[in-house]
Every structure is written in structure tokens, then in C-alpha cells.
Write a protein that binds this ligand. Structure first.
Ligand code: GLN
Length: 477
């Protein structure tokens, strides 16, 4: 093939491999070369060239023997908070800088069983806390469209890798927007599945009641292929859903479909270009036969505070295991146990992670628990109910993924809490445990991609993907 094979879609690559036009070894070599050329973007913490090449050879052999599986021989990236046996898994933190897991996460086992070739571990915000992938303890991820800007976060490396042809698809994780917002900032597709639809076994925990793993790819169809591989029950995750995770529909016509627009997601301060892009997409859906219905999430204003209270509380508990004894690195020159805790945590946690741990301990401390954690838990119930009632009248809600396009690097260092505001449209979805997808729906004047978010009913990922795919084929991007 004369074209650059890294620029094929995942589906295109599989078809070309099946037709015998290209081998997995060729695709993997080309991908590794691209990773080397684009190193400056900072998308990967670890590149696994050797294991990738042996997986590619095995895939070619299996195909020659007649084996078929959805990701056979496809080079993919995995976020560096998802455990890979024998491959360093750092969470972009100094604490886990040298941590080599003795096991594969459930989703990694699924990827491997489907024949995928893992080319590397994607860079991210330390412990997945952040929105710009600037809080990596190693180096920041640059935006694939404009390297002076942030890639979004925390799955910035997973998004950048896919957008810049350094992988055909990737896995990210989403606690408050970390798949959808970087997908939006880099112009790719990102799916945050329903809570419990994908096993968290082997995902290094940030906030366990909110964390979900999901796929990122350049097309909706490619996202679907990866999602179909990783979803489903796992006895190794006590929150994994044992029922049917496929309650949605697959369709190509919008007749009889209803799309909800909740006014709270369109505040009057919303950036005009983003509003115009979403309005255009809604007009497209309407012109294709969908009905647009107005609805409301009355508790929307509580969501951001609720998220930062609950996620920080859970993080403060989850991260207590990094004590210099059980996991990861230990500081030098410690004279007693307290010293080990103190020095190791001081030295190996970054500033943002420390902020979250302090906030989490504060909201859980006696005297403040009722005022913060308990109230946030109650707000969570209200938010869930509001979504349930809004979604009872439609197939999906549509809104912006983020209130801005990718901003200049360095901005969150000036005001960390300003970055929290950027999560305003994504966090309510995690609180409610719902599936949501981000797809590109236009560009701003600087040619930066704008993301549209589709929010669905529990386990109705396929409905979201059908809606997004219809837009992808006919809408303006
Ligand atoms: N930006 C959000 C935060 O910093 C979301 C992170 C995530 O989804 N992992 O918490």
C-alpha cells in the first residue's frame, strides 16, 4: 500500500489485513515509527516495542491459520492507570514510576484475547486527577491539533495518540469527564460507558463509585468495535453488572427518535461558537426526522461541587495505600514508620493529588462529614433522579462536552480551581452513572475541534453510538 497505513481507521486496517494487503507486523512497525516521530507530543509514558512486535507476529500467524477476532493484529494504546502484566504501569506518578503489575486488568485480558497489539501506555494526569494532562509527573501531553494547547485530561495521551495516528484506538478512564473531554479537545470519539458495564478490575482506583474504563477512536464504528470487546460481566469486580449490558438499539434512521435538550447545559455565558455548533447539530438531527424536546436537570448546579466532594473523599481513601510500605517507592533516609509515610507521600505525590487528598480528608472529617460528604451524597440522589426523569422522555440528551475548546498550556497552573469549572458538563453524567459519548461537531475560529456530548439511559451505549454515527455520516464536522 502506498498510503500511510497508520491513517487507516481501525475498521479499514482490519479489512486490509483480512484482504492480505497489509500485515499486523507492517501496521505495528508503522505505528511504532509514528510514535518515535511524534514523541514530542508526549502521548506515551512507556512504549512497548518488543512485546508489540511479538504480538503482531503472533497475530499474523493466527490470521494465516484462519483465526478471526475483532482486533486481531490492531495496534492500540492503553492508559497508564490500567494494569498490564510485565509492563510498567505508572499512573503518571512518581510513586508508581517503577511499578510493574503482576497481572493484566480485565479489559487488557479482553483486548489480548481479541488479538489486539498493545503498543504502549498512554500518558495522563497523575492518578487521573486533572483536565489537561499537564499534571503528569513526567511530561505533559500536547494537543494533537495545536501542540501549544492542552490535550485535555486526564486521558490526554489516549486521545492524542489516536488523533495523531500513534494508535488505531485506545482505552481511557473517565471519573468526571476524562475520556470525553480529551476526545473533544483532540477531535476524536470517546465513550464513557454506564457505570458497571465495564470491569474496573485492574484499573488503579481514583474514585471507585465514579471510575469507568472506555474506548477512544477516530470513528464511532471503531469505538463500537473496542467497546464490544471490553464490556460485560467480571466476577473480579464486585460492582460489575451481571445483567444485560446491551439494552440500547442499533438504527440508521432517526424517525421516531427523540433528543432531549436540558436548558441547564446551555447557560447564557456559554461560548458562542460552541453553542452555534451544537445548535447546528440539533438542526441536523431535526432535519433527519428526530424530534427535539426541551427538558431540564434542576439539580445541575449542584453537580460540580458534589463531584469534587465525592471524588476527593474517595480518592483520599483510595490513595492511602501509597504509604512507602505496600506499594511503589519509598523515600530515602527514613528513621521510623511515620517518617516513611511522611517523606514518601511528600516526595512522590504531586501538588494536585495532595490538594485532592487534603480536600477529601477534610470533607470526611468528623464535624464536617454531615455538612459536606453526606450532603453531597444526597445531592447525588437528586441528580440521578433528574436524569432519570429527563431521559424517560427521550433517547438521549445532547449538550456540549466542555465549555471551551482546548486552551493554552500552563493555564491550570495559574488557577487550579478554574480547571475544575471545565468539568461542568461531564461530571453530572458520572454522578448519575450514565453512558455518554463525545463526537466532534465542528471547529472554532482557531480550527480547534468542538465536542458534542450525547448522554443516554443505563446500558444504552448502542443508542448513543447509532445517533453519533448518523451525525458522523451526515452532519457538519
Ligand atoms: N477533570 C476531572 C478531575 O480532575 C475528571 C478526571 C477524570 O475523569 N479522571 O477530577
Amino acid at each position: 500500500m502506498s498510503m500511510d497505513i497508520t491513517e487507516l481507521t481501525l475498521g479499514g486496517l482490519v479489512a486490509a489485513m483480512e484482504a492480505g494487503e497489509v500485515s499486523s507486523v507492517e501496521a505495528t512497525e508503522a505505528t511504532l515509527k509514528k510514535i518515535e516521530e511524534k514523541k514530542d507530543l508526549g502521548a506515551y509514558v512507556t512504549v512497548c516495542g518488543d512485546s508489540a512486535m511479538s504480538a503482531a507476529k503472533a497475530a499474523d500467524k493466527a490470521r494465516a491459520e484462519g483465526k478471526k477476532s475483532p482486533l486481531l493484529g490492531v495496534p492500540v494504546a492503553v492508559k497508564d492507570n490500567i494494569c498490564t502484566e510485565g509492563i510498567r504501569t505508572t499512573c503518571a506518578s512518581k510513586f508508581l514510576e517503577n511499578y510493574i503489575p503482576p497481572y493484566d486488568a480485565f479489559v487488557v485480558r479482553k483486548l489480548k484475547a481479541a488479538g489486539a497489539v498493545i503498543v504502549g501506555k498512554a500518558n495522563m494526569d497523575e492518578f487521573a486527577m486533572g483536565s489537561g494532562s499537564e499534571y503528569s509527573a513526567f511530561f505533559r501531553v500536547k494537543n494533537a491539533i495545536d501542540p501549544t494547547r492542552v490535550a485535555g485530561g486526564s486521558s490526554g495521551g489516549s486521545a492524542c495518540a489516536v488523533a495523531s495516528y500513534q494508535a488505531y484506538a485506545s482505552l481511557g478512564s473517565d471519573t468526571g469527564g476524562s475520556i470525553r473531554q480529551p476526545a473533544a479537545f483532540n477531535g476524536v470519539v470517546g465513550l464513557k460507558p454506564t457505570y458497571s458495564a465495564v470491569s474496573r478490575n485492574g484499573l488503579i482506583a481514583f474514585a471507585s463509585s465514579l471510575d469507568q474504563i472506555g474506548p477512544m477512536a477516530r470513528t464511532v464504528a471503531d469505538c463500537r468495535t473496542v467497546y464490544d470487546v471490553i464490556k460485560g460481566h467480571d466476577a473480579g469486580d464486585s460492582t460489575s453488572y451481571a445483567g444485560d449490558v446491551d439494552k440500547g438499539d442499533t438504527f440508521t434512521s432517526l424517525k421516531g427518535r427523540r433528543i432531549g435538550v436540558a436548558k441547564e447545559f446551555f447557560p447564557k455565558e456559554l461560548n458562542g461558537e460552541i453553542r452555534a455548533a451544537i445548535d447546528k447539530a440539533l438542526a441536523f438531527y431535526e432535519s433527519e426526522g428526530a424530534e427535539i424536546v426541551e427538558t431540564s436537570i434542576g439539580s445541575f448546579d449542584m453537580a460540580l461541587a458534589c463531584y469534587y466532594i465525592l471524588s476527593s473523599a474517595e480518592a483520599s481513601s483510595n490513595l492511602s495505600r501509597y504509604d512507602g510500605v505496600k506499594y511503589g517507592r519509598r523515600a530515602e533516609g527514613c528513621v521510623n514508620l511515620e517518617d516513611i509515610y511522611y517523606k514518601s507521600r511528600t516526595e512522590f505525590f504531586g501538588a494536585e493529588v495532595k490538594r485532592r487528598i487534603m480536600l477529601g480528608n477534610f470533607v470526611l472529617s468528623s464535624g464536617y462529614y454531615d455538612a459536606f460528604y453526606l450532603r453531597a451524597s444526597k445531592a447525588r440522589t437528586l441528580i440521578k433522579k433528574d436524569f432519570e426523569s429527563a431521559l424517560s422522555g427521550c433517547d438521549a440528551l445532547i449538550c456540549p462536552t466542555a465549555p471551551t475548546t482546548a486552551y493554552k498550556a500552563g493555564m491550570s497552573a495559574d488557577d487550579p480551581s478554574a480547571a475544575y469549572l471545565g468539568d461542568i458538563f461531564t461530571v453530572p453524567v458520572n454522578i448519575a452513572g450514565l453512558p455518554a459519548l463525545s463526537v466532534k461537531c465542528g471547529e472554532d475560529a482557531d480550527k480547534l475541534p468542538i465536542g458534542m456530548q450525547l448522554i443516554g439511559k443505563p446500558y444504552c451505549e448502542s443508542t448513543l453510538m447509532s445517533l453519533a454515527e448518523i451525525y458522523e455520516k451526515g452532519g457538519e464536522r
